[in-house]
Design a protein around this ligand. Structure first.
Ligand SMILES: [Zn+2]
Ligand SMILES: [Zn+2]
Length: 212
């Protein structure tokens, strides 16, 4: 399957929203519509794409603010079950977010522990539960493209000091990613793209957990 990926940087925290489109259909996946629905919609329009699926890597405000503006009645919105409640409760830290769309509508699909290889809206991908930044943080794998949200960054990892954060779980999650066979292009929730092999060589957090 050949995918085209477009990155759109949105919101006050420069969140990476990704649009993934297959060549042979208008249907697209939008990962983390963190803000600026107008900008995301214009990118979709330019790609002649329809937001068939919206995948959330976790429930922090900077990854979800444009969710309800972007979704249509035909869009399938997915989140892990451990972060699903975040669509209903405004975070304390979001107090300064310019828009105030809480509560969001419920997700259509809530991933649990048994959902690893899934098929949603005509897209086949893997859901890898990687708690640590939040309880319900996940990475999404499309072919050799790994979308890591706020779990793994280029030379960094997500903060573990917010509500639901856990340093031990983050270490296990980074180890889980580090032990994946082969190499992957890494598309993080903030900052630049990288590869898994690059992070295993240079990322201090990844190197630390892979020693044990
Ligand atoms: Zn986050
Ligand atoms: Zn973030």
């Amino acid at each position: 399957m050949h995918y085209r990926v477009k990155k759109v940087v949105v919101g006050d925290l420069d969140t990476n929203c990704y649009i993934i489109k297959q060549d042979d259909t208008r249907n697209a996946v939008v990962i983390d519509p963190g803000d600026d629905a107008i900008l995301i919609k214009s990118e979709l329009h330019e790609m002649d794409a329809f937001p068939a699926v919206i995948l959330l890597t976790h429930g922090h405000f900077d990854h979800i603010l444009a969710l309800d503006e972007l979704r249509t009645e035909k869009t399938v919105v997915c989140i892990h079950k451990n972060d699903a409640h975040k669509l209903k409760e405004k975070e304390l830290i979001a107090a300064w977010a310019k828009s105030n769309p809480w509560p969001f509508k419920d997700a259509d699909v809530v991933f649990g522990e048994k959902d690893r290889h899934v098929n949603v809206g005509g897209f086949s991908f893997e859901v890898i539960h990687t708690p640590g930044h939040t309880e319900g943080s996940v990475c999404y794998l499309f072919g050799d493209m790994l979308f890591t949200g706020d779990t793994l960054f280029k030379n960094g990892m997500g903060r573990v000091d917010f509500e639901g954060g856990n340093a031990n779980k983050m270490a296990s999650s980074l180890r889980l990613l580090g032990n994946m066979p082969g190499d992957y292009a890494v598309y993080p929730g903030h900052d630049r793209e990288t590869t898994l092999s690059e992070e295993k060589l240079h990322n201090p957090y990844m190197k630390e957990v892979m020693k044990k």
